[in-house]
Design a binder for this molecule. Sequence first.
Ligand SMILES: CC(C)(COP(=O)(O)OP(=O)(O)OC[C@H]1O[C@@H](n2cnc3c(N)ncnc32)[C@H](O)[C@@H]1OP(=O)(O)O)[C@@H](O)C(=O)NCCC(=O)NCCS
Length: 168
Amino acid sequence: MDIRCESLSDYAAIAEVNILAFGQENEAKLIEEIRCSLGYIPELSLVAVVDNVIVGHILFSYIDLIGEESLQVLGLAPMAVLPQFQRRGIGSALVEAGLEKADALKEALVIVLGHPHFYTRFGFEPSINYKIISPFPVPEDVFMVKPLQNYQEKYQGKVVYPPAFWAV
Ligand SMILES: CC(C)(COP(=O)(O)OP(=O)(O)OC[C@H]1O[C@@H](n2cnc3c(N)ncnc32)[C@H](O)[C@@H]1OP(=O)(O)O)[C@@H](O)C(=O)NCCC(=O)NCCS
């Protein structure tokens, strides 16, 4: 398996992976909207490739953290692996590659809304531990953050997602 940045010619396959993994089109549409937004970071849209076929995708984009300062942090969403390729470590490899790249880009913090069983293994913790508040009415343990090497204490406050995220 190879992990690399997305390119224009991957867009259709990435949409297909997301539609099949989630069983709906919302996440594929979200990806398209993020690509057209200021939050898009091409280096942080990664694909997993097996035998020249895209079998997984992960996207990190900028979202806002509003506290005493207004800061940009990374939101991890969406992530998908083709159903027949799940539970083989591909999702984990995509998360690890993304976190490594985010660190190399000197980003400070990654935020995710997801399954604690999956994300805690990468060092994600409930956001409340860092005084970071979810905009969604969800249990504390599913809204998580992963501080990177550039993290500083000023990263506190309420997370604000672009409107496109509320449609998912
Ligand atoms: C979540 C997803 C990307 C994981 O990819 P993957 O390649 O299967 O991940 P890995 O093989 O690296 O890891 C599998 C682990 O994730 C856990 N996991 C996967 N989906 C899960 C879920 N819905 N709830 C809880 N745990 C889940 C598995 O239990 C497994 O844990 P284990 O190692 O303790 O058995 C993939 O299952 C997927 O595409 N799911 C549908 C879309 C989705 O829910 N995306 C994530 C949104 S946060």
